[in-house]
Ligand binder design. Structure first.
Ligand code: NAD
Ligand code: AHE
Ligand code: ZN
Length: 375
C-alpha cells in the first residue's frame, strides 16, 4: 500500500529544557509492519517531562514526545495483521512481538524485538516518519503521541473495545496500567499482606487500586504532599504517612512499627533514590519485597547495606507494571467497562493540544493526577 503523507499538528520538543512548540509536521505513510494512528487523546506522564528536561540518558532532540495515547488506526503498511484501519487502539511503549526470547520467557513483559531502535528514536528500519521544517524529528518510546498522527511498529499497538471512551483508555497506555500491574503482576501481593506505597501520583494511586483488588490488609501511602491523604483514602488506602510530619522517627521506623516488623511489599512511585532505599528498608526481614517503579535521573544510583538483602529482603522493579500490552490490554479495558477498574477518577485536568505546555506546568504543581490532552 502506497499511502500519502499527512500534514497535521504536533507538539515538537526542539531542545532540552525548552517548552514544546506547536508545529505543522509531515507524517509519512506506514512502511511494512507499521501502523499510522490518528491520536485522539494523550495523557502527559512524568516521564515525558523527565526526557524533556534533558535528564534522560536516552533523550535526543528534536523529538515528538508522548507515550500515553489512544486513537484510531488510519492506515497500515504491508504485512500488518493485528490491527486494521478503523480499529480503536492504545499505543504500547512496551511492545509485544510474542516471538523474541523475552516474550517467550514467561518471565517478563519486556520485549527485545525493537528496543534498540526505539531507544534511538527511530522506527525499526532505522529511519523516522516525522518531518518538520526540512528536518527529521525523532520518535519517542516507540509511540510519539503528542502528534495528531503517529506511526508505530505493529507490535507497539493493540486494538481495544470501540465502545470504550478513548479519553479514558489513553491513560491505560502508561500510568494506571503501570501501578496496577506492579501490585497485581510484579508483586502479586497476597490477601492479608501489608503494603506501603511511596508517592501518590497516578502511578502510586494505581498501586493502591491494585493492592485493594489483591485484598491487602494494610495499604499505607507515604507522601510529602499532605493533600495526597484524601486522594490515597479515595482509592482505598487504609493509612497515610507524611514523612515531614514524623517526630523523632524515620519513615522506615514508622512503617516497621505500623506493620509489626515491616511491610510485605513496598513500591517506589517517586523516582527518588533516597525513597527507594527507605522503601527497601521498610520491608519485612526474610521476605519483604520492594518494587522500584519510579524513573531516576541520569547518574543517580541506589544503595543500601547488602545485609538488607542477605536477610531476605528483595529489591526488584518493573516497566509498564509487568503487563504484556497486546495480550492483556483488552482485559484491562473490560475491567474498566465493567466498573471494576477506576480510570475516570484519575483525570483532574484537560487541555487542548495547543495548551500542552500548561499540562506540563500542572504536573509540577502538585494538584494534578493526570491531564488528558485533546488532540
Ligand atoms: P507524580 O509526580 O504524579 O507522583 C509522585 C508523587 O510522589 C507525588 O505525589 C509527590 O508528592 C510524591 N513524592 C515526591 N517526593 C517524595 C518523597 N520524598 N517521599 C514521598 N513522596 C514523595 O508522578 P507519577 O506520574 O505518579 O509517576 C511516578 C514515577 O513513576 C515517575 O518517576 C515516573 O517517571 C515513573 N513512571 C515509571 C513507569 C514504569 O513503567 N516504570 C511508568 C510510569 C511512570
Ligand atoms: N530512558 C531512561 C529510562 C526510562 C524508563 O525507565 N522508562 C520506563 C518507562 S517510564 C514510563 O513512564 C521503561 O519502560 N523502561 C523500560 C525500557 O525498556 O525502557 C534511561 O534511564 O535510559
Ligand atoms: Zn509514563
Amino acid at each position: 500500500t502506497v499511502g500519502k503523507t499527512i500534514t497535521c499538528k504536533a507538539a515538537v520538543a526542539w531542545e532540552a529544557g525548552k517548552e514544546l512548540s506547536l508545529e505543522d509536521i509531515e507524517v509519512l505513510p506506514p512502511r511494512a509492519h507499521e501502523v499510522r494512528i490518528q491520536i485522539y487523546y494523550t495523557g502527559v506522564c512524568h516521564t515525558d517531562a523527565y526526557t524533556l528536561s534533558g535528564k534522560d540518558p536516552e533523550g535526543a532532540f528534536p523529538i515528538v514526545l508522548g507515550h500515553e495515547g489512544a486513537g484510531i488506526v488510519e492506515s497500515v503498511g504491508e504485512g500488518v495483521t493485528n490491527v486494521k484501519p478503523g480499529d480503536h487502539v492504545v499505543a504500547l511503549y512496551t511492545p509485544e512481538c510474542k516471538e523474541c526470547k523475552f516474550c517467550k520467557s514467561g518471565k517478563t513483559n519486556l520485549c527485545g524485538k525493537i528496543r534498540a531502535t526505539q531507544g534511538r528514536g527511530v522506527m525499526p528500519d532505522g529511519t523516522s516518519r516525522f518531518r518538520c521544517k526540512g528536518q527529521d524529528l525523532l520518535h519517542f518510546m516507540g509511540t510519539s503521541t503528542f502528534s495528531q498522527y503517529t506511526v508505530v511498529a505493529d507490535i507497539s499497538v493493540v486494538a481495544v473495545q470501540p465502545d470504550a471512551p478513548m479519553d479514558r483508555t489513553c491513560l491505560l497506555g502508561c500510568g494506571i496500567t503501570t501501578g496496577y500491574g506492579a501490585a497485581r503482576i510484579t508483586a502479586n501481593c497476597e490477601e492479608g499482606s501489608n503494603v506501603a506505597i511511596f508517592g501518590a501520583g497516578c502511578v502510586g494511586l494505581s498501586v493502591v487500586q491494585g493492592a485493594v483488588m489483591q485484598k491487602a490488609a494494610k495499604i499505607i501511602v507515604v507522601d510529602v504532599n499532605p493533600t495526597k491523604e484524601e486522594w490515597a483514602k479515595k482509592f482505598g488506602a487504609t493509612d497515610f504517612v507524611n514523612p515531614t510530619k514524623l517526630e523523632g522517627q524515620t519513615v522506615v521506623e514508622k512503617l516497621i512499627e505500623m506493620t509489626d516488623g515491616g511491610c510485605d511489599y513496598t513500591f517506589d512511585c517517586t523516582g527518588n533514590v533516597g525513597v527507594m532505599r527507605a522503601a527497601l528498608e521498610a520491608c519485612h526481614k526474610g521476605w519483604g519485597q520492594s518494587i522500584v517503579i519510579g524513573v531516576a535521573a541520569a547518574g543517580q544510583e541506589i544503595s543500601t547495606r547488602p545485609f538488607q538483602l542477605v536477610t531476605g529482603r528483595v529489591w526488584k522493579g518493573c516497566a509498564f507494571g509487568g503487563v504484556k500490552g497486546r495480550s492483556q490490554m483488552e482485559g484491562l479495558v473490560s475491567d474498566y467497562l465493567d466498573g471494576k477498574l477506576k480510570v475516570d477518577e484519575f483525570i483532574t485536568h484537560r487541555e487542548p493540544l495547543a495548551n500542552i505546555n500548561t499540562a506540563f506546568e500542572q504536573m509540577k504543581a502538585g494538584d494534578c493526577i493526570r491531564c488528558v490532552v485533546t488532540m
